[in-house]
Design a protein around this ligand. Structure first.
Ligand SMILES: [Zn+2]
Ligand SMILES: [Zn+2]
Length: 131
């Protein structure tokens, strides 16, 4: 079961949803393959047709761009195959195209992606169940 957080910017009123956790469709990567960038889709198809997939883990996580100091909701995927090889798709920031990293910070500490100010606030409607 997954949940979501909504963050609102107090300066410009921009609202963003962040999904967190695991949904029902997440039992198999092919149920959600169209959520990944095209290059990652190709790689996943390639791996699954040439190798035995030993383990697949996926969940919604928050990723950060360390250049823009913004946060992004993405699916973290880890596929183990071919005796311990691991594949993780690479995400890029939609603004500056740098690599996104998994975030450990609070969502309200990032810059607003619309106005660039540090004025994000957790909404009162904290969690919604989306599966
Ligand atoms: Zn960026
Ligand atoms: Zn804003």
């Amino acid at each position: 079961m997954g949940s979501g957080k909504s963050i609102t910017c107090e300066s410009c009123g921009d609202k963003k949803m962040y999904y967190l956790g695991v949904g029902f469709a997440f039992s198999n990567v092919f149920n959600i393959i169209d959520q990944f960038p095209l290059g990652a889709q190709k790689k996943i198809k390639y791996i699954s047709s040439f190798f035995q997939i030993e383990r697949q883990d996926m969940s919604y996580e928050v990723f950060e761009c360390r250049v823009c100091d913004t946060s992004h909701s993405r699916i973290h995927l880890s596929i183990k195959y071919n005796n311990g090889m691991v594949y993780n798709p690479l995400y890029r920031c939609p603004e500056c195209r740098r690599k996104l990293f998994k975030s450990k910070r609070q969502l309200q500490n990032y810059k607003c992606r619309r106005c660039g100010k540090y004025s994000l606030k957790n909404s009162k409607t904290k969690f919604i169940i989306w599966d």
